[in-house]
Each structure stands twice: as structure tokens, then as C-alpha cells.
Write a protein that binds this ligand. Structure first.
Ligand code: UDP
Length: 139
């Protein structure tokens, strides 16, 4: 994937609470173009693989349970400086620390159930996008 792309998920908490539209609106209003988009649900194996980097962390089991409990929206987004600008748009992992106006400040309830994912590097954006989408689903 090009360096001007990032990968995001609207997590089960935000989907359950009816925030898909509000979050996608904020994303596109902030200048990101949607390259790929779908409603899907991660299996336990998907979540364990996607978050493998955290598998030694105390919250890993809870994270896998949370991320598999209902549908998510997966998307690939395009913009100059996409990874960094999207991390700024979503705010800190813990919504208590997130800046005003960020997606996590508005929609997240806790450090675990924090509404959205955003890739943390160009390399991970590529890996995560390819994890969820086939080439024919990217536009
Ligand atoms: N997480 C958690 N407890 C923590 C830290 C993280 O449940 O103490 C969850 C949270 O959903 C977070 C995800 O694990 O978004 C990945 O953590 P990371 O540190 O990579 O944060 P992010 O890059 O998502 O801000």
C-alpha cells in the first residue's frame, strides 16, 4: 500500500452505539478519501492475529473478546501523511487523555473500548489493510 494510506476500524462499541455515520462523516470531512470499506466481524483467530503484538499484555484476552463481540467497520483511507494525520484525528488511546474534538474524545468510553483503530506506521497500515481487504476491494 502507498505511504499515503492508513487502515482503520470502527470498533464494536461504536458500531453498537450507532456511531458509524458520525465517525465516517468526521473522517471524510477531515480530508480522507475512502479507498476500501466494509462491515464485518472478526473471528477470535482474526483478532489474535491482528493484535499479536500485544499477546503478552494483561489486557490481551479482554481486547480479543471485545473486538470479536460484534461487527466492526474496516476501512482503508487515503490522504497526504495519512498515518500521522489519522492518529491525530482519533486522539490518544485513553479517551481521558484525548484532545477535544478527536474521535476518541467524542465517542470512546474507556482505554479498552475506544471506538476506533488507526495504524501506527506505514508498514502496519499496509499489513492491516491487506489483512482485511483483497486487491479488488480497494479503489
Ligand atoms: N488497550 C487496552 N488496554 C490498554 C491499552 C490498550 O484494552 O491498557 C486496547 C485498546 O483497544 C487499544 C488497543 O488495545 O486501542 C491497542 O493498543 P495500542 O497501545 O496499540 O493503542 P492504539 O494504537 O490503538 O492507540
Amino acid at each position: 500500500m502507498a505511504d499515503n494510506r492508513t487502515f482503520t476500524m470502527i470498533k464494536p462499541d461504536a458500531v453498537e452505539n450507532g456511531h458509524i455515520g458520525g465517525i465516517l462523516d468526521q473522517i471524510t470531512a477531515s480530508g480522507f478519501r475512502i479507498v476500501a470499506l466494509k462491515l464485518t466481524q472478526m473471528t477470535q483467530r482474526d483478532a489474535e492475529t491482528f493484535y499479536a503484538v500485544h499477546n503478552e499484555r494483561p489486557f490481551f484476552g479482554e481486547l480479543v473478546e471485545f473486538m470479536t463481540r460484534g461487527p466492526i467497520v474496516a476501512a482503508i483511507l487515503e490522504k497526504d501523511n495519512a498515518v500521522e494525520d489519522f492518529r491525530t484525528l482519533i486522539g490518544a488511546t485513553n479517551p481521558e487523555d484525548a484532545a477535544e474534538g478527536t474521535i476518541r474524545k467524542k465517542y470512546a468510553k474507556s482505554i479498552g473500548e475506544n471506538a476506533v483503530h488507526g495504524s501506527d506506521s506505514d508498514e502496519n497500515a499496509q499489513i492491516e489493510g491487506a489483512f482485511h481487504f483483497a486487491g479488488r476491494e480497494m479503489f
